[in-house]
Design a protein around this ligand. Structure first.
Ligand SMILES: NC(=O)c1ccc[n+]([C@@H]2O[C@H](COP(=O)([O-])OP(=O)(O)OC[C@H]3O[C@@H](n4cnc5c(N)ncnc54)[C@H](O)[C@@H]3O)[C@@H](O)[C@H]2O)c1
Ligand SMILES: O=C(O)CC[C@@H](O)C(=O)O
Length: 630
């Protein structure tokens, strides 16, 4: 077809991640005393030639003259060149193989090195244009074939012109000699390929910069390994999320930006423009207003347990998936709760503070062992139930209260009411979730039901305790001490001030929301939440999603996957399938899962269909979000 473009690829630092001559220099100079100097000179010549500062043919001959190169060196590189394929080229191998008849390799490099890659990509030998090394009788390289235009300045445009290609010619490469093809009028478009090396002058001369094959194929409207270049998917991670997450997401090809603190609503709205995935911890409020303004948002990950800072319903209504890491910091919170209980029981915090002021106060008054005391756990979920096990192991009696039916572990006793638990406990530890209804769960009335001298711990959410009432109860002596890790108002960053009426009170320990802040927990959260995001973005997998139906999915293989999130209303699946049939799609497999609010349909189809036909799926009544994956 006349309009089908011919894609002309450079080789070094484009199809492979190395510069051939530099690697040959390393091999040929191995063990020589002057290796560093020669190596440096060769690198300089390569850079100057690639940036267009000296003529290519000139640079090639000068570099070869510097090298004691022989056939065995060339063969050594040829034998391992397949390992040096550029990552996104390797990923898109199938594109090369399926489109080999519209691809040309055009390089100043050498045939022996290019041939194995061309073969792997399925490109016929007569579509490879490159230099031929000349050897003497001892197999030493003495130069290149001077009659080959590619051994001279301006060789690449000359070769392309001589081919009399019909249809558009698209040149792709990292060097100046590639830019020259377009500048000399031998190509219609030139893409500066920057996955391996980025040269300013080359980028400036290009129609566009492509940091990967995925981007190139996307810009050219050609089918690649990924339905959408992952580098175009922008992720914003706030609140100092562990670098393990950034590493995992970047390694998968996504573009990740990080910021240390949380953002207020207006700043978050501004920061979310064009962002597809938001990562937060407990402080960033993802409100209805934020979501209404987020033009691209498809997923939010809470890199923590709590999700009360996110308007989950508003997210679901927009088809925005929300993930968290429900178990990764559980143990850290439990260990801190145990430590704080002992610290409160022994008045350690005040005694230590006094020592720092030079006061020695050796006394057993008010100091008690854990053993035999009753711990009342409010909220017997992941944290509460694990605390129960550890507290019993330390000799405590455990009672608990939970709104849901929970299995009592060990000898723990379930209490039918919160009041009954409060009346019986020596220590009350709060581990309820952050639902709105739990605001002031512990207020003046509840504090008055506790035994005099009871200790109170809150490592759940700040709004669960009425701080004014607690301050009074501590002042009156009803509460013997308290440890609070969470507060109704928490500073957004470490540089913002903290204030609370509890500051300075006796036997009150205040910690800056660090229950889950251990190195182990933060790394585990980072990996878990990043994996959930990758599962969703790459496969459509919603396992552990907290606001959409959970569907566990294998990788897309062979076909394409259509993901359709919709309001749970009658007839959506039937209409969707009607549209799929009209579009001529052959369905390979289909899942539907609904909750009371939302439906999620995953349809794997054969890829031989007209992509335009899929547009109709977006118009199916009730559609919230539609995505195609392959
Ligand atoms: N301080 C920290 O750094 C830190 C770290 C992790 C988790 N958290 C918080 O700890 C809390 C517990 O986490 P989890 O993983 O155990 O959650 P979870 O969902 O496993 O357990 C919470 C339990 O509380 C129960 N519950 C809710 N409201 C209740 C009420 N009014 N009365 C009795 N029971 C009630 C639920 O039924 C559930 O069993 C959450 O608020 C979470 O955000 C804090
Ligand atoms: O690390 C955080 O910001 C939150 C920790 C904790 O409250 C959680 O919900 O997991």
């Amino acid at each position: 077809m006349a309009d089908t473009p011919t894609l002309v690829f450079d080789f070094d630092s484009t199809l492979v991640r190395v510069e051939t001559l530099e690697v040959l220099a390393d091999i040929a100079l191995d063990g020589r005393a002057d290796a560093t100097d020669i190596r440096g000179e060769i690198g300089r010549l390569t850079d100057q030639a690639m940036a267009g500062e000296i003529a290519f043919g000139d640079a090639l001959r000068r570099r070869l003259a510097l090298l004691p190169l022989n056939q065995s060196h060339v063969t050594a590189l040829a034998d391992r060149i397949l390992e040096e394929g550029t990552p996104s080229v390797r990923r898109n191998l199938r594109f090369f193989q399926d489109n080999a008849d519209r691809i040309i390799i055009l390089s100043g490099g050498f045939r022996e090195i290019i041939a194995p890659i061309a073969q792997r990509l399925g490109i016929a030998a007569d579509r490879v244009f490159c230099n031929d090394l000349i050897y003497d009788a001892e197999d030493q390289v003495v130069g290149v074939d001077d009659s080959n235009p590619l051994s001279r300045a301006g060789g690449k445009p000359e070769v392309i012109r001589s081919l009399h290609l019909t249809g558009p010619v698209v040149m792709i490469g990292d060097g100046w000699t590639d830019a020259e093809v377009k500048l000399a009028g031998a190509a219609d478009r030139f893409y500066a390929y920057t996955e391996i090396v980025r040269r300013e002058a080359v980028v400036a001369a290009a129609d566009a910069e492509v940091p990967s094959m995925d981007e190139l194929l996307h810009l050219e409207g050609l089918p690649g390994r990924w339905s959408y270049p992952r580098a175009r998917v922008r992720m914003l991670l706030l609140e100092n999320i562990h670098p393990a997450a950034v590493m995992r997401l970047e390694e998968a090809g996504y573009t990740v930006e990080t910021r240390k603190g949380a953002l207020d609503e207006d700043d978050l709205i501004a920061a979310l423009k064009g962002v597809h995935v938001l990562g937060i911890r407990s402080k960033t409020q993802v409100s209805e207003r934020v979501l209404a303004e987020a033009d691209r948002l498809m997923a939010v990950a809470a890199f923590c347990i709590g999700t009360n800072q996110i308007d989950l319903d508003a997210c679901a209504t927009r088809g925005v998936a929300v993930f968290n890491a429900p178990y990764s910091n559980t143990r850290s919170v439990v260990e801190l709760a145990i430590g704080l209980t002992i610290t409160l029981m022994r008045d350690v915090a005040d005694k230590s503070a006094a020592m720092h002021r030079g006061q020695w106060n050796k006394s057993a008054d008010g100091s008690r062992e854990l053993r035999g005391k009753t711990l009342g756990i409010v909220g017997y979920g992941a944290i509460g139930s694990q605390l129960s096990v550890l507290a019993e192991a330390l000799g405590m009696r455990v009672v608990f209260h939970d709104l849901s039916e929970r299995l009592a572990l060990g000898n723990a006793r379930r209490m039918r009411s919160l009041d009954a638990l409060l009346a019986e406990s020596d220590v009350v530890s709060l581990h309820v979730d952050g639902r709105k209804e739990n605001e002031n769960l512990i207020g003046a009335a509840q504090l008055s039901r506790m035994k005099t001298g009871t200790l109170l711990l809150n490592l759940s959410r700040g709004h669960v305790v009425d701080i004014g009432a607690l301050t009074q109860a501590i002042g009156s002596g009803r509460i013997g001490g308290a440890a609070l890790d969470v507060f109704p108002e928490e500073p957004r960053t470490n540089s913002d001030p903290f204030d609370s009426p509890l500051m300075g009170l006796k036997n009150v320990i205040l910690t800056p929301h660090i229950g889950g802040s251990t190195e182990e927990a933060q790394e585990a959260i980072a990996e878990f939440a990043a994996d959930r995001l990758l599962g969703y973005l790459n496969r459509g997998d919603t396992t552990f999603c907290v606001n959409l139906p959970n569907v566990q999915l294998a990788d897309v293989s062979g076909g394409h996957r259509i993901l359709h999130i919709h309001r749970n209303q009658p007839g959506v699946l039937a209409e969707l399938n009607r549209e799929l049939t009209t579009a001529g799609l052959n369905i390979l497999g289909q899942h539907l899962k609904t909750d009371e609010r939302t439906g999620y349909v995953i349809t794997d189809v054969d890829h031989g269909y007209e992509p335009e036909a899929l547009r109709a799926l977006k118009t199916v009544a009730g559609t919230l979000r539609f995505r195609l994956l392959h």
